[in-house]
Design a protein around this ligand. Structure first.
Ligand SMILES: C[S@@+](CC[C@H](N)C(=O)[O-])C[C@H]1O[C@@H](n2cnc3c(N)ncnc32)[C@H](O)[C@@H]1O
Length: 244
């Protein structure tokens, strides 16, 4: 799709993106802000079309760009929580004129999430599957559901341990269609001080899992630099991967 803006604007803003990427003060301040935001549960404070969504607002703008640019007809997300992110993906497909579906997989789909989704204007577009995302029987159902779709995107946002995300990657990354995205969320855990009681943290996180996985698949996915450079207030640094 042609961009409806001039080249000069693109050059101008990219020059600032390069400056920003090299600006140590900016990156230190961003990291300090992110640490406070995570400590204060900032990402829990937002709704999408009336339903709680556990994401950073800036990420939602980038996710919108992804749907606009890659036009997935199936978006599979592991980790539903209250349902807001499934409603977000479905609403983006609709806004972008994509005749598609969203499949949400969660080990524990609560009644409030079911109610929120069934009561939304996107209920016909969203399918729910309960079970662990890495359970092979659950994954077989996902594969069956995905088989008629041509442009499949995956967002991993369930259990954030290294081992679980690595297992998810080994199953779900192969479903991503060329030209579509694999999003690995909450990679930011790796860069922050997190509750030591949690089974994840620096060196054992979605980021360490995706780095390990991508080493074994060097030519299948490309880490999208333009997203990474802008991912300063993102839960997903090193999490934006396009299938080649
Ligand atoms: C961070 S929340 C998801 C947030 C949601 N995507 C949003 O943006 O609002 C994590 C979810 O992962 C689910 N979960 C935890 N372990 C899981 C597993 N093994 N398989 C699937 N879902 C799991 C939890 O039940 C929880 O609902």
């Amino acid at each position: 799709m042609n961009k409806p803006w001039d080249e000069a604007f693109e050059v101008w803003r990219n020059s600032f993106l390069d400056i920003q990427a090299k600006d140590k003060d900016f990156s230190n301040l961003s990291k300090a802000w992110m640490q406070k935001a995570v400590d204060n549960k900032f990402s829990y404070q937002f709704d999408w079309m009336g339903v709680p969504i556990i994401q950073m607002p800036g990420d939602l703008v980038m996710f919108q760009e992804i749907v606009w640019k890659t036009r997935p007809d199936l978006i599979i997300e592991t980790g539903i929580a209250r349902g807001g992110s499934l409603i977000f993906w479905a609403s983006m497909q609709k806004l972008c004129g994509i005749d598609g579906k969203v499949l949400g997989v969660d080990i524990d789909i609560r009644d409030h999430a079911k109610k929120a989704i069934s009561g939304s204007q996107f209920s016909q577009q969203i399918e729910l599957l309960q079970g662990s995302s890495t359970d092979l029987e659950v994954f077989e159902k996902v594969k069956k559901f995905a088989s008629p779709f041509k442009k499949i995107m995956i967002a991993l946002d369930s259990n954030h341990t290294h081992d679980h995300v690595l297992d998810e990657l080994r199953l779900y990354a192969d479903l991503v269609s060329p030209g579509c995205m694999l999003l690995v969320l909450d990679t930011v855990i790796d860069d922050l001080d997190v509750d030591p009681e949690r089974p994840w943290g620096p060196g054992a996180s979605p980021k360490s899992a995706v780095i390990e996985y991508m080493k074994s698949r060097p030519h299948q996915f490309q880490n999208l630099e333009d997203f990474e450079k802008r991912a300063v207030f993102s839960v997903a640094p090193t999490g934006f991967w396009m299938k080649i």
